[in-house]
Structure formats: C-alpha cells, structure tokens
Write a protein that binds this ligand. Sequence first.
Ligand code: URA
Length: 205
Amino acid sequence: RAAMPAAPDLPETLEQAEAAAAQCRRCNLCEAATQTVWGRGAPDAALMIVGEQPGDHEDLAGVPFVGPAGQVLHRAMAEARLATDQVWLTNAVKHFKFAPRGKQRMHKSPDGPEIAQCRWWLGLELAFIKPRLTVALGATAAAALTGDTSPLAARRGAIETGLHGGPVLIAWHPSYILRLPHVADKDRVYSELLHDLQHAHQLIQ
Ligand code: URA
C-alpha cells in the first residue's frame, strides 16, 4: 500500500515558520520572485501592521517596506510615535507579483487564490506573535485578515473582527497616497493614515 504523503510539519516557533516560508511553493509566485519576504520587527509586538505584498525593492532586499511606500509608512509610524519594538511589519502575500515591462517589473495585485494560499503564513505570524491589534493597510490586507473583499472607502478607520478572532483596524495603503495625482488628496489621505496609526498607538497602550 502506498504511503500517505507526508503532511507539512506545523512550525512550532516563529523562526521555524520563517524557515519554512523561505521554501514555500504553495502558489506560483515563488517562481518569478527573488525570495520570500518574511515579516520584521518585534516577535512580541502588541501591534502587527500588514501590507499587500513586497514590491520591487522589498523583493531584492528581502525586507518588507523598504521602498517608496515603506518610506511613507515609516514616516507616519514615527509621527504616530510607534516604536519599531512595538510593531511587527509584514505582508498578506510574501512574494512579489509583477509583470515584466522592458527592464522594469510592474507591480500586479495578488489574486484571491494567492491571498488564500499565503494566509497560511499570515495565520502563523498571528498565532506566534499574538498581537493585541492588527492594522490592515489596503484592500488586500483587509481581505486576507477579515475575509471581507468589499471596497475600503466605507471601511477605513473602522475596527473589524479578523478571521483569527482579534481586532483589525482598516487603513489606507501608503502606495495609494503615492499614486494620487493631486497634492491636496495626498495630504488628506496621508492624514487619515496618520490618524489611524495614532488610534492604533492609543489602543495598544
Ligand atoms: N507595499 C507593501 O504592501 N508591502 C511592502 O512590503 C512594500 C510595499
């Protein structure tokens, strides 16, 4: 009788989860991306901030939020007095998804099945870090954390219940600010992101 295929080992620590994620083949994104970009920060963080997926810079560096969107996020975190040792920064999807265009790699949003496959890793981060609060940056993170794929405009600033049972504060994604053409809109959306991070700061004190 053929042996049952081995079940994937359930990681017992955050470090084991990171090592397993580095070998992930749960979807096809690993084939074109440089590497898995795991979360960074304090393993005992009270606050977890979840983005969409690594971008071009993050894919090369192996670190989340080091590119242009990351600069906006880090500025807002500093203004909200969120210290790096209070926070675990990660993404809903841990490989960069892109379309080649000449020498450029153009960002493509992850689809539902990719988000669903990568939720395994996000669930392990939530289980080991046990944040008191999670901030979802943008629609992909909000969908991955809550299961609700409805548009962000009506949800931003609200606290929803995550699939893991904990509170999820819905916020704009910093790259949305970068894409807005008008300075007045950029300023308004940035101040809403800052407001939400200040709210997060209050909630974890
Ligand atoms: N955008 C994200 O959502 N995550 C990153 O790590 C970088 C840019």
